[in-house]
Design a protein around this ligand. Structure first.
Ligand code: PLP
Length: 273
């Protein structure tokens, strides 16, 4: 694997950042995960816009988007895979121990690995821990993902691939790495960004392309919804066949299946929607 680190491509074994990088010591960093198909990134412009928004939210200098685009091309060319997970990481850089950011400037890492296509349906659990809809980091895609790692481990223990969080008001929010949609009486709903969820790029496209409504939803909606699905860069739209102990249909329901078809068609026709 060849990885872009601070200005050039390196073999994975030689790709190095300082052990005092602020991203490592205090989680002061942001990232994007971009899907590549046949070496072509999907929705890169939207991902770079969100990266810039996250940088501004954290007070990091604006990332150099031309350099990132060059890095993405170099990494994609150096690591040919049919379906790829491209990860752009941008951190506070080399810093003295302590919580202040150093003056060395940010670090940029771009890496890519191959992934398999996700199954059409999956199982999810709910967790009792909350997303904070009013935090300094709310809505930013930071590298501080340890809480998601813990929740995902809990999901795996229960044979599920995702864990859904409420926010501090007990309303449905999002998964560790996905947004959530429910179907009620034939209409599609998803929690608003004000719930504290990440403004997912797949979520935005699904709302735009299916006419889904943004609705404040109680957690209990998961026990009543006719259909449930997740969206994320690597899942696209993925139906849920089990939530905690509740079994739903083993195949995507009619509304979800239609949303999947619309998404596949629109995303296939426009790589940078
Ligand atoms: N919510 C969280 C916390 C995420 O980390 C992600 C993606 O990684 C998403 C939602 C889905 O966002 P996207 O569709 O942009 O991948």
């Amino acid at each position: 694997m060849r990885i872009w680190v601070n200005g050039g491509l390196r073999d994975a074994g030689d790709a190095r950042l300082s052990v005092l990088d602020h991203g490592l010591t205090v989680g002061d960093g942001i990232f994007e995960t971009v899907r590549t198909t046949g070496g072509r990134p999907f929705a890169l412009t939207r991902h770079l816009d969100r990266l810039t928004r996250s940088a501004r939210g954290l007070g990091l200098p604006d990332p150099d988007l031309d350099e990132i685009r060059r890095a993405v091309t170099a990494v994609v060319d150096a690591n040919p895979v049919p379906l790829g997970r491209l990860r752009i990481t941008y951190t506070g850089g080399l810093s003295p121990l302590g919580s202040d950011r150093g003056t060395a400037g940010p670090s940029l890492v771009v890496a890519l690995d191959g992934v398999s296509r996700r199954p059409d349906t999956t199982a999810v659990i709910t967790v009792p821990w909350t997303r904070n809809e009013r935090g300094a980091l709310t809505g930013l895609k930071t590298t501080s993902y340890a809480e998601n790692v813990v929740a995902l481990a809990r999901a795996r223990e229960r044979g599920a691939s995702e864990a859904l969080f409420p926010n501090t008001a007990g309303r449905l929010c999002e998964g560790t790495g996905s947004n959530v949609f429910v179907v009620l009486d034939g209409r599609i709903h998803t929690p608003p960004v004000a719930s504290g969820c990440l403004a997912g790029i797949t979520r935005a496209l699904a709302v735009e392309w299916t006419g889904a409504e943004e609705s404040d939803l109680p957690m209990e909606v998961l026990a009543e919804a006719d259909e449930i699905f997740l969206t994320s860069t690597l899942r696209d739209i993925q139906a849920v066949h089990r939530v905690d102990d509740r079994e739903l249909a083993p195949e995507p329901g009619p509304v979800t299946a239609k949303a999947m078809r619309i998404f596949d068609e629109r995303a296939g026709n426009d790589l940078d929607p």
